[in-house]
Each structure stands twice: as structure tokens, then as C-alpha cells.
Write a protein that binds this ligand. Structure first.
Ligand code: FES
Ligand code: MG
Length: 578
């Protein structure tokens, strides 16, 4: 770039608060000074917000006060003025009924917090599942220079000589207890071994997926996805990010300068190569909506075509995030994918995705496979359509059973999770291994909030017979750490009258994953009769946030965002407050 090409620096929005000598400038500076901030910090240096999702109720993010301190050191080192602020945190394991009910609420918290305050650039501290998309979505609607620092995964779990991974092993052990193979005592002992250090889930669940996808979008410094939370290099990474965000403000490198349609295509392809979570689908669709970048559900099918599964991590494979880091982490995957990506896409480093990973080696090619010997040739999330899902559904073949990818079976229908829990283990339930378990009423409106219940537990009676997987179909989501032949995100959902609501016990359902088909073998006349007789059963919340949610939530194929939150709204500075 010649000096003629460098755009004139934009005036910093923080000057609207901190410059001048009038009543308001006095108020803005003076009260900040009660924290011990010296006068020189108000001299016009960039003010960097550190958006923190620390909470003791979000154990995956409980180490974020330390992480924020590291970011601050970097910001100060680079001549910036750090200001840390909290937003609502979302702890995946604790919050009921589901964190997804609150992702959009947090995104509003983030967006309004950034816009209302003297912030010139922002570092997003993300970890547990929803904290990443919520913060990205809110920041996207503001579109300031934005950089993500993830908290990093927990260390590998080890128990009774075996490696155990967050979620994935819990689901497997829980089924082992139900089938009588594992004692409740051993199950209880595995708890402490599963989560033995700070950090988020150590499998390629939603947290690791979203951290990887963020790196692929170009929104984090290289290496962000995999450095373990407790590794000293995670602190260095945070500090480096603090330095870089100050430079980004000086360069006026905004989120929309970094993230383009090509970045989303990269993110989808990387998600395929890592065996990433189905949750990435709704989160990426919502983020694209905020950035006003066209992206559709079918893009996930098209963009992941011919992308090999390279990363051998649970739930699709064997290893965990700690192994992934030692094997080279996401830079090695990006380098190995090479020409399968848009390597010329810009990133927050100011360089391209390809430049960031030049020469990044694979240290262990069982953990990160080479393209010549992938775990699976054609990976990624498959999009299904058909009369049962006119607007689409998703399935993750790498986490499914091969013999069920083409399957026709008899429907056994459950209307909501209460119905499911009440009947699934009943000796009277007529259910066989070839049947298809259907759950309705678990979508964005129906639950509400689209909980992660799609990987429904199998009937105890069939588990005892050695059955390990069955086709399951719902309008719910599932944990990124889960596995099985599980069809999710059926749109439109049952609660708004989607065809899923019309399925009855004994109907035959065809699943054809290679063909992308999900079909209810019931003729159109009969379906029309059932539709005319359909009465919505979901309770409409009387008021409060839940009412706002069901009134405005978009369906899964549109990312489950609120209709009124789609788009960028900028960061114009509002009038003085006094
Ligand atoms: Fe927080 Fe899995 S529960 S990342
Ligand atoms: Mg999860």
C-alpha cells in the first residue's frame, strides 16, 4: 500500500465523550477517573472495549477475568485504553430451558452496550457454545473493528485408563448405565475426570466448532481455536490480540471489511473438515443475516461438497482438542485444505487466510489427516428436503451410523419432551430398532428456544438388546458433542404447522442422506386432511421476553434470529446524556 492509498483516519467515536472541556466531557472523564485512570488516558488514544462473558454460572468461561487482564496488557502495550464490560453470560450446562432461548437477547445486550459507550474497537471474550455467536451477532450489527479471543478448551479427560471427552463420553456412559453395562458409582466418579481444568468442552462440540469457525472467518488471530485454556500460550494469544485490536482501530479495519461471502464459504468448508457441530448452521446463518451477506441453508450442502473430514476428534472421531493443538491446530487444517478454501480472504491480521498459515505443519497425521487419507471423503453437514421438511433439515453424517444413512421405517411419534420422557422406557411402547423416533414441539417456537434434545435417548429395552443407534427426527437441535443418526432443525417446525406436526404413529418415513431426502410416505390428500384438522398446541407465553421471542423468532433455516435484529445498524453516537 502506498501512503496515497491509506484512507484518512476516521475520527474516533470515543472523542465524542472524552474530548473537549464542557460539562459533559467533565462528567464523562471525571467519573471514569474514580477507578484510578490517569488523565493521560483521555488524550485521544483508541478506547477498546473488552466484552466479557465471565460468570461462575458459565464454568467454561470462569477463567475469563484472567484472560481479560491479558488482553488489557496488550492494549496498553499498543497505546490503547482498555475498558472491560460484562454482558449476560450463557452457561450451556446450567441454563434452563436452553441457552438458545437467550442467544438473541445477549446479542442485543452486546450491540446496545457497544453502541451506547465510548468504544472504538472491541475484543469479544467467547467460550461456551452460545457466547460466541451471541457476541459475534451483536458486534456485527455495530460493525466496529472486532476481534475474538476464545477461552480455549479444557485439558483431555482421563478416567480408568481411557480418554473421555466432554459431552460425547457423557452421552455414551449414560446409555451404558441405562443398559446396565456401567455402575452408577463409576458414572459418578467419571464427573471429576471429565472436567479437570478451566476451559470449554474439549470435544469438537459447539464451543470448539464456533472457535474454529471464527478463526476460519478471519475474526481471530491464528491459533485461537485450539490452545488449551490453561496453556500459557493462551495468555500470550490474548495479549497479542490486545495489541492487534489497537492497530485495527488505527487501520479502521471493520468486521465487514474482514467478513465477506467468501469468508462464510471458508467457514462452512472448515466446519466440514473439522467435523463441526450442526449448531454452526443456525449460528452462521444468523451472523450472515446481521452482516447483510446472502447465505442460505442450501449453501451448507453446496459449499461442503468434496470437503474431506480431516480432524479426528470426538464426536466424529477419537481425539480431543488438546491433541488437536499439539497436532497443529486449525492453522494446519487450513494449510492442508489449501486450494479448497478462498485463501485470499482477508483476516484481522491484515493479511490473508493463506498468508496466516504459510508453512503451518501437521505434527500428528492421525489427529489431523492429510487430504490423501481423510477420515471421510465427503464430509460436512447434509441438508435434507422433502415433504417432511419443505424448508430443510440437517444431519451430520460423520456422527451417524453408516447403515442408517438410507433407511425407511415406521414412525413412533412423541409430542414434546414431557411425552417422550413419560413413555420412552414404558414396557408397553411398541418400538423396534428399525423404527424412526419422531419428536415434535421442540423447535424455536414450540419449546420455545429449540433446545438440544434431538439426540433422544434410545429405549432402555432396545439398549439392553444391544441397539446403539436409531433414526431420530425432530425440529430440535442437538449438542455438538452428540452423535447418532439424528435429523435436526426440521423447518418449518411442528408448532407453526410444519408437516412434522402431521406425522402419526405407524406412518412410514424415508431418510436418504446421500440423496438429501426426508420424506413422509403419506399421500397429499391425506396430508391435506390432517393439515385441516391441525390445532396448534404450543402455549403462547403471556408476556415478557418469552413472548417477544415467539412473536419474532425466525425458523431454523433462517438462523433462529429475531426478525427485527437482522442487519447492521452502525454505531452513530447519540446525543449527550446531560
Ligand atoms: Fe460450555 Fe460445552 S458446556 S462449551
Ligand atoms: Mg452444547
Amino acid at each position: 500500500m502506498s501512503s496515497d492509498d491509506i484512507p484518512a483516519a476516521r475520527p474516533l467515536r470515543s472523542r465524542e465523550w472524552f474530548a473537549g472541556n464542557d460539562l459533559n466531557a467533565f462528567i464523562h472523564r471525571s467519573w471514569m477517573k474514580n477507578q484510578g485512570i490517569p488523565d493521560r488516558m483521555f488524550d485521544g488514544r483508541p478506547v477498546i472495549g473488552i466484552c466479557n462473558t465471565w460468570s461462575e454460572l458459565t464454568p467454561c468461561n470462569a477463567h475469563f477475568r484472567d484472560l481479560a487482564e491479558q488482553v488489557k496488557l496488550g492494549i496498553i502495550e499498543a497505546g490503547g485504553f482498555p475498558v472491560e464490560f460484562p454482558v449476560t453470560s450463557l452457561g450451556e450446562t446450567i441454563i434452563r430451558p436452553t441457552t438458545m432461548l437467550y442467544r438473541n437477547l445477549v446479542s442485543m445486550d452486546v450491540e446496545e452496550s457497544i453502541r451506547a459507550n465510548p468504544i472504538d474497537g472491541v475484543v469479544l471474550l467467547c467460550g461456551c457454545d452460545k457466547t460466541t455467536p451471541a457476541l459475534l451477532m451483536g458486534a456485527a450489527s455495530c460493525d466496529l473493528p472486532t476481534l475474538v479471543v476464545s477461552g480455549g478448551p479444557m485439558l483431555n479427560g482421563r478416567h480408568e485408563g481411557r480418554t473421555i471427552g466432554s459431552g460425547t463420553s457423557v452421552f455414551a456412559m449414560s446409555e451404558a448405565v441405562r443398559s446396565g453395562e456401567m455402575s452408577e458409582c463409576a458414572f459418578r466418579a467419571a464427573e471429576s475426570a471429565t472436567s479437570r481444568s478451566p476451559g470449554h468442552c474439549n470435544t469438537m462440540g459447539t464451543a470448539s466448532t464456533m472457535a474454529s469457525v471464527t478463526e476460519a472467518l478471519g475474526l481471530a488471530l491464528p491459533g485461537n481455536a485450539a490452545i488449551p485454556a490453561v496453556d500459557s500460550r493462551r495468555r500470550v494469544h490474548a495479549r497479542d490480540s490486545g495489541v492487534r485490536i489497537v492497530e485495527m482501530v488505527t487501520e479502521d479495519l471493520r468486521m465487514s471489511d474482514v467478513v465477506t461471502r467468501e469468508s462464510f464459504e471458508n467457514a462452512i468448508r472448515v466446519n466440514a473438515a473439522i467435523g463441526g457441530s450442526t449448531n454452526a448452521v443456525v449460528h452462521l446463518l444468523a451472523l450472515a443475516g446481521r452482516l447483510e451477506i446472502p447465505l442460505e441453508l442450501q449453501d451448507f450442502a453446496q459449499q461442503s461438497r468434496n470437503i474431506p473430514l480431516l480432524v479426528n476428534l470426538m464426536p466424529s472421531g477419537s481425539y480431543l482438542m488438546e491433541d488437536f493443538y499439539y497436532a497443529g491446530g486449525l492453522p494446519a487444517v487450513i494449510a492442508e485444505l489449501g486450494d479448497l478454501l478462498h485463501t485470499d480472504a482477508l483476516t484481522v491480521t491484515g493479511r490473508t487466510l493463506g498468508e496466516n498459515v504459510t508453512g503451518a505443519p501437521i505434527w500428528d497425521d492421525d489427529v489431523i489427516r492429510r487430504r490423501a487419507s481423510p477420515l471421510q471423503e465427503d464430509a460436512g453437514i447434509t441438508v435434507l428436503t422433502g415433504n417432511l421438511a419443505p424448508n430443510g433439515a440437517v444431519v451430520k453424517p460423520s456422527a451417524a451410523s453408516r447403515h442408517l444413512l438410507r433407511h425407511v421405517g415406521r414412525a413412533v411419534v412423541f409430542r414434546g419432551m414431557d411425552d417422550f420422557r413419560a413413555r420412552i422406557d414404558s414396557p408397553d411402547l411398541d418400538i423396534e430398532p428399525d423404527d424412526v423416533i419422531v419428536l415434535t414441539g421442540a423447535g424455536p417456537v414450540g419449546a420455545p428456544g429449540m433446545p438440544e434434545v434431538g439426540n433422544l435417548p434410545l429405549p432402555r429395552r432396545l439398549l439392553a438388546r444391544g441397539v446403539t443407534d436409531m433414526v431420530r427426527i425432530s425440529d430440535a437441535r442437538m449438542s455438538g458433542t452428540a452423535f447418532g443418526t439424528v435429523v435436526l432443525h426440521v423447518a418449518p417446525e411442528a408448532a407453526v404447522g410444519g408437516p412434522l406436526a402431521l406425522v402419526r404413529d405407524g406412518d412410514r418415513i424415508e431418510l436418504d442422506v446421500p440423496g438429501g431426502v426426508l420424506r413422509l410416505e403419506v399421500d397429499d390428500d391425506e396430508l391435506r386432511r390432517r393439515r385441516e384438522a391441525f390445532v396448534p398446541t404450543a402455549d403462547v407465553p403471556a408476556g415478557g421476553y418469552r413472548r417477544l421471542f415467539v412473536d419474532h423468532v425466525l425458523q431454523a433455516d433462517r438462523g433462529v434470529d429475531f426478525d427485527f435484529l437482522v442487519g447492521k445498524r452502525g454505531t452513530a453516537v447519540a446525543g449527550d446524556n446531560h
